[in-house]
Design a protein around this ligand. Structure first.
Ligand code: SAM
Length: 326
């Protein structure tokens, strides 16, 4: 078992397969961009699978593929198939912005991916352009429709609500969940260093959003599963669900069961902390599986107890969501 120095059992690995993205979301990509890793620095699928085998031996049974934008990495289904062959893994999921989902949904599904999170902050193409810097709004909606048609379940739609930008669309998201078998997940805006949204003036707490949703529909609480950071609700009379991830207003560090592998092989122990551990160097120097397992155990001991949001983007550690995958 992988246990950190605070007794938390780590069974969830999030893997960023690329730090590149085809969108430029206001709250995610830093001003002026950031230096992407060079191609040779990025782990190959074989290297990722070798590391995953080590994590699996330590009890990791839940994997999420993320990015950057994972669907811009070639042949992602090869990696999904490889993960699927590791029978100890109980849960494989993917976070995507959905732009290339319609083209790849079927292939990914047949490779063994059954559940998916799609990020979509607005139904308005002009706002989509303002938030993401690019235009392919319709492609994201097509991607969600394709995921429903192919049979992905659950499908979660990640929504970051930004004051004065998309906070007037909560009713549209609730309506979408009423008529589609998806879970809309409202994620509180987290401060990240040097992002385009400097300051907290765009932040909307989930308590406010939940009040608004509660006035529009009946929220029936779902059981809370271990390690689940979202608080989920069924919608009375609806096909879908609503979830709230309240990273700022309700900290869940004490229950954190996750670690993150960056595309360049750096293990990140806390989303908002500076603690990292290089796994690529020993891997490429030919470390044995047992050596890698010991290194992972050592790395996990430096997982911090928790993090504080410092109140100002400039005080935050250099955490580029686009590099780590959220
Ligand atoms: N490209 C993929 C996607 O769009 O889902 C995966 C990477 S993206 C970084 C993962 C999630 O992180 C997205 O749902 C995005 O909205 C969220 N995210 C990025 N920056 C954030 C921030 N500052 N606060 C809250 N959520 C953020």
């Amino acid at each position: 078992m992988l246990i950190d120095s605070f007794g938390r059992i780590i069974n969830y690995l999030r893997i960023s397969v690329t730090d590149r993205c085809n969108l430029r979301c206001l709250y995610c990509v830093p001003l002026g961009g950031f230096p992407s890793a060079d191609r040779p620095e990025i782990l190959s699928y074989e290297e990722i699978l070798l590391l995953v085998e080590c994590f699996v031996e330590l009890g990791v049974d839940k994997i999420r593929l993320t990015g950057g934008e994972p669907l811009i990495r070639k042949d992602l289904s090869i990696l999904v198939r490889g993960l699927k062959n590791l029978h100890e893994i109980k849960d494989i999921s993917l976070s995507t912005n959905g732009v290339h989902l319609a083209e790849q949904a079927e292939e990914l599904f047949h490779a063994g991916l059954k559940r998916i999170n799609v990020s979509l902050d607005t139904f308005d193409p002009d706002k989509f352009l303002r938030i993401t810097g690019l235009k392919p709004h319709a492609k994201v909606l097509e991607g969600i429709e394709a995921a429903i048609r192919v049979g992905f379940y659950p499908i979660k739609i990640n929504v970051v609500v930004l004051k004065g930008i998309n906070d007037d669309e909560i009713a549209s998201f609730v309506a979408f969940a009423m008529f589609h078998p998806v879970e809309i997940r409202f994620i509180e805006l987290m401060p990240t260093r040097n992002c385009f949204l400097v300051g907290n003036d765009r932040f909307v707490s989930n308590d406010i959003i939940k009040d608004e949703v509660g006035q529009l529909a009946e929220l029936i609480p779902e059981p809370i599963l271990p390690g689940d950071v979202a608080r989920g609700y069924r919608l009375g009379g609806g096909l879908g669900k609503i979830g709230f991830i309240s990273s700022l207003t309700h900290s869940f560090c004490s229950e954190c069961n996750r670690i993150r592998l960056r595309s360049d092989g750096i293990l990140k122990l806390c989303l908002h902390g500076d603690e990292t551990f290089d796994l690529r160097t020993p891997l490429r120097r030919g470390a044995t599986k047992d050596e890698l397992i010991s290194l992972i155990q050592e790395a996990v001991m430096s997982k911090p107890k928790g993090h504080d949001f410092k109140g100002s983007d400039e005080d935050e550690p250099v955490t580029y969501m686009c590099q780590i995958g959220g």
